[in-house]
Ligand binder design. Structure first.
Ligand SMILES: Nc1ncnc2c1ncn2[C@@H]1O[C@H](COP(=O)(O)OP(=O)(O)OP(=O)(O)O)[C@@H](O)[C@H]1O
Length: 595
């Protein structure tokens, strides 16, 4: 936290520290000047020099008070400004770390998503926490000074007031924990409520929501979740409020007892009237300082929790298992070839999604030969996309390994393999940019290369689509632009295919149902084009995932998955020649089409 604060703005940080110090001294001096004033009034003759002295003490006390207030204001303004800037810096770091992790587990696991959301929300708190720490020290010093002044009057006085500080601090800490625990307990319900509210208000699901008339039902569910969340949080708020009240009452009791004791001392002649004023002033300061100390202590602990989350994200981004920045395990045995001679092989690959217990892929042994077009088929949920994600290095196998021409992928820096892959997934990304950029991001070094973009569009059969756009390749796409052009689902898919065609010679091309919005002949034409390209450049593997058998049958190798196991593999003719799941699936689909 301190390092982050120091990096944000050293000079402003030092000025702020000076303000804090001056503020602390000014507050401490108020009580001392008031005591001197009182004693001058009560003990002096109140004529000539004594009046002048009293006037000077009054002026000094007023000045110290005003200075304390002014330093406090300046502190707050500067701190807010710095907190804002540090918040932005932390947000940027979160963004870089989150997007820099090559695997996607942290974006799919609910508990990781919760942590990221909380961290984003709390990023500003980090700077406040740094200064809250300084304020804790400031208030502790003020309290220490107060204790010394009170002890000089009578040793029992600091005990009476100080004894009330500790239990009150503990009580306030408990109150803050109640609030935090409630926020954590309701994290999932909050997420559900947000999801349902977005489903009702977002444009994407609007059609289905309108047609099914589900809006009010979903709205009702969202409201019930919200009521549950606010109920839990309100109860925690009441409990925290009662605890805080108990803490304040403890303070008050200590304050009244200390004043009573000082009054008794004054009556006995053991203290001056100035001492009584000092006890009253320091006592009031004690109450405010201790409550501020407790408040800032709460900010420090909240900041520490945010810092712990940031530390978790940094460690996660560095974790080799997450494929992060330090993911190079020693010297690389062998670099990737420019083109595959043998192919990609899976050896005993098993996989369970992190945070779950059900194994999704079981002990897969498979060879995807170089130059081949391989079709992955199987019923919904059989593990096709999961296998594609593993091949792309978005997740790592729990057991077994994947090799490209004998080079184990887990031994490579993730970016190295990533640079050699092109992929389109069924839940494709809609980059709302210009048409040229939407395609060009498929190969960042050639983002602005119009010719490369046009070639990729031709490979994906999307040249006609661009010709139909109002400004051709310069057309701005999507609702983000004020006059952005809206594309259909199939048109976005065509552009995603073109994006995946940007890289010149990938070693692996994954096409995971990227043509579901196209009709069957259009899909066959697209795949035929990619199969033809694969034959012309035989140094790569092309992996197709589709449920359409007219497309599947054209593949060089068909792999049938069932419940995460490979149950059959071979060419279409070989698989049709014997009874089995492939022949059954094929017959089923043919029957559906021929009626
Ligand atoms: N992010 C995830 N976390 C946990 N489980 C997941 C995740 N994604 C998929 N699964 C589970 O893994 C199994 C395989 O899913 P996968 O998406 O690989 O199937 P698929 O064969 O591609 O299905 P489809 O044909 O419907 O696209 C399913 O049971 C699914 O519930």
């Amino acid at each position: 936290m301190l390092v982050l604060a120091w990096r944000t703005d050293r000079r402003a940080g030092l000025v702020l520290a000076a303000f804090l110090l001056c503020g602390a001294v000014s507050h401490g001096l108020v009580g001392v000047f008031l005591r001197e004033l009182t004693d001058t009034i009560f003990t002096g003759a109140m004529a000539g020099p004594a009046v002048l002295e009293a006037g000077l003490w009054a002026l000094a006390a007023g000045g110290a008070l005003a200075a304390g207030v002014a330093f406090g204001r300046a502190e707050l303004a500067l701190m807010q400004e710095l907190a804002e800037r540090m918040g932005v810096a932390v947000q940027e770091e979160i963004l870089t770390l989150t997007s820099g992790v090559p695997t996607i587990e942290h974006l799919e696991r609910p508990e990781h998503l919760d942590r990221l959301r909380t961290l984003r929300e709390e990023s500003r708190q980090l700077y406040f926490a740094v200064w809250a720490l300084a304020l804790v020290v400031e208030h502790a010093a003020q309290i220490g000074l107060g204790v010394a002044l009170l002890a000089a009057v009578h040793p029992l006085l600091p005990l009476l007031l100080g004894g009330a500080v500790l239990p009150s601090l503990l009580v306030r800490g408990r109150a803050a924990r109640h609030i935090d625990a409630a926020a954590e307990r309701t994290a999932e319900t909050t997420r559900l409520e947000q999801h349902l509210s977005e489903t009702v208000t977002d444009a994407e699901p609007a059609k289905e929501v309108r047609l099914s008339g589900a809006a009010s039902a979903l709205d009702g569910m969202a409201r019930r979740h919200w009521e549950e969340v606010s109920g839990v949080q309100a109860r925690a708020g009441v409990r925290a409020g009662l605890l805080t009240f108990a803490g304040s009452a403890t303070f008050l009791a200590g304050y009244v007892a200390a004043l009573g004791h000082a009054a008794w001392l004054a009556r006995q002649g053991l203290a001056t009237p100035g001492d009584l004023v000092l006890v009253a002033t320091v006592g009031v300061q004690f109450v405010t300082q201790a409550s501020r100390l407790a408040f800032h202590f709460g900010s420090v602990t909240a900041g520490l929790r945010a810092a712990a989350r940031l530390a978790w994200l940094r460690a996660y981004a560095d974790d080799p298992r997450a494929g992060g920045r330090r993911a190079v395990p020693g010297p690389i045995a062998r670099a990737l070839p420019d083109r595959l001679d043998d192919g990609i092989t899976l050896h005993g690959v098993s996989f369970t999604y992190p945070g779950t217990t059900r194994q999704v892929l079981h002990d897969l042994d498979l060879r995807l030969p170089a130059g081949a077009t391989v079709a992955l088929v199987g019923s919904h949920g059989s593990g096709k996309t999961t296998l594609a994600k593993l091949l792309c290095g978005l997740y790592h196998p729990d057991q077994g390994e994947i090799r490209a021409d004998g080079v184990p992928l887990h031994g490579l820096p993730p970016q190295e393999w990533r640079r050699r892959i092109s992929a389109v997934f069924q839940d494709l990304a809609r980059f709302e940019l210009t048409a040229a950029e939407t395609v060009g991001v498929g190969d960042l070094p050639r983002l602005g290369d119009r010719r490369a973009v046009e070639e990729a569009l031709a490979r994906a059969g999307a040249t006609g689509l661009i010709a139909g756009l109002p400004d051709g390749l310069s057309t701005e796409l999507g609702d983000t632009f004020e006059r952005g052009h809206r594309l259909s689902g199939g048109q976005w898919q065509r552009l995603a295919l073109a994006r995946a065609s940007m890289r010149r010679s990938p070693l692996l091309l994954v096409l995971d149902e990227p043509t579901a919005s196209l009709d069957a002949p259009a899909e066959s034409a697209v795949f035929a084009r990619y199969a033809e390209a694969a034959r012309r450049h035989p140094g790569a593997v092309t992996l197709l995932i589709t449920h359409r058998f007219p497309t599947v049958r054209t593949a060089d190798l068909i792999v049938v998955l069932d419940a995460g196991r490979i149950v059959q593999q071979g060419t279409h003719d070989a698989l049709m020649a014997r009874p089995g799941p492939y022949a059954d699936l094929y017959a089923l689909q043919r029957a559906a089409f021929t009626g």
